[in-house]
Design a binder for this molecule. Structure first.
Ligand code: FES
Length: 208
């Protein structure tokens, strides 16, 4: 939400609460995916970069695929026009979201061989890279929790230095995450993206 709306909500809650109730009610018969895609398109139409990044991140977290986002943008062509679609795609490219890579878009999910399971001590968290993706891995005895290193807020790639005493703090807007569970514990409201994992012959595999 913009600073201006935040301000108005605090200054005039009596008036603004009706606006938010209206927005909530207006989409109550839509499934979450459709609602998210419409929100993304409204942010492209108004060309609010921060809101677009935020709604895009939420749409992807809540199950929209990059192809569905691109479909929504293209379907809205009659109202957005090419310039706004290009504006949105430029932002997507600058966000460096691996799933939007044209090669990845057409590839089906598979297991990736990440690292030697003995390379992480029990109870430790390490950051590593695999096939172009940054990962944080937490080991709990024989269980490995594999998280995407990109912040669920606006896709900032969280560096190793952001890890302190089991907490990961995104350098951009300071959302903080429990590096063991991936839960967001400060400022934000969305967890780190977690990948399915398995250990095969001493190697940690992750699925994306
Ligand atoms: S990108 Fe905003 S907190 Fe990480």
């Amino acid at each position: 939400m913009s600073d201006a709306l935040n301000y108005l909500l605090k200054a005039r809650p009596d008036a603004l609460s009706h606006y938010f109730a209206f927005l909530k009610d207006a989409g109550k018969h839509l499934d979450p995916k459709t609602r998210n895609l419409i929100s993304v398109i409204t942010k492209v139409d108004s060309q609010t970069e921060r809101g677009f990044k935020q709604y895009l991140g939420r749409a992807l977290r809540e199950g929209c695929t990059p192809m569905e986002v691109l479909d929504a943008l293209l379907m809205a062509f009659p109202t957005l026009g090419l310039a706004k679609i290009v504006w949105a795609v430029d932002i997507i490219l600058a966000m460096n979201i691996p799933e939007f890579d044209p090669e990845v878009l057409t590839r089906t999910a598979r297991w990736h061989d990440v690292m030697d399971s003995a390379g992480i001590e029990d109870g430790a968290v390490v950051r590593t890279e695999c096939d172009g993706r940054g990962l944080f891995i937490y080991r709990d005895q024989q269980t490995y929790n594999v998280f995407d290193s990109r912040c669920p807020h606006q896709s900032t790639d969280i560096p190793e230095l952001a890890l302190q005493d089991g907490t990961l703090t995104c350098p951009k807007h300071q959302w903080a995450f429990d590096a063991h569970s991936g839960a967001c514990i400060k400022k934000g409201n969305s967890p780190l993206k977690r990948y399915e994992s398995r250990v095969v012959e001493g190697r940690i595999h992750a699925h994306w």
